[in-house]
Design a protein around this ligand. Structure first.
Ligand SMILES: Cc1cc2nc3c(=O)[nH]c(=O)nc-3n(C[C@H](O)[C@H](O)[C@H](O)COP(=O)(O)OP(=O)(O)OC[C@H]3O[C@@H](n4cnc5c(N)ncnc54)[C@H](O)[C@@H]3O)c2cc1C
Length: 88
């Protein structure tokens, strides 16, 4: 460092925080939650975002989790609307 540092000095406390959790419920491409015991989709149960796991593989690109939320959130919404329309 070429610049001489002069007091007063200011500091802040930093602590580690969880940035993203890679684990979670497995989902299909239609955002249906897959049962851990049957490996089949659980009818009517959808998930999107950080509660899901496996979408990004073993690691994820920073900044891609919002896209995950938007894409699978939209897919889940469309699937639920289609189910409702079929049931009506
Ligand atoms: C510091 C930081 C920076 C980040 N920067 C980026 C970035 O630049 N780009 C990016 O793409 N991603 C970023 N991420 C990751 C991204 O923010 C998350 O992956 C994303 O917000 C997850 O959204 P989500 O809706 O799945 O979950 P959340 O945002 O966690 O939403 C879950 C919601 O459920 C509610 N909830 C929990 N339990 C219950 C309950 N029992 N009943 C009712 N409600 C409940 C919670 O209050 C919360 O509102 C960042 C994360 C952190 C921590």
């Amino acid at each position: 460092m070429k610049t001489e540092l002069k007091a007063p000095f200011y500091s802040m406390r930093l602590s580690p925080k969880l940035h993203y959790c890679m684990g979670g419920a497995a989902i299909t491409t239609e955002a249906e939650v897959v049962s851990a015991s049957t490996c089949r989709p659980i009818p009517g149960l959808y998930a999107a975002g950080e509660v899901t796991g496996g979408v990004h593989g073993m690691d994820r690109l920073g900044g891609s989790s919002s896209v995950d939320c938007f894409v699978y959130g939209r897919i889940a919404g469309a699937e639920i609307a289609a189910r409702q329309a079929k049931a009506a």
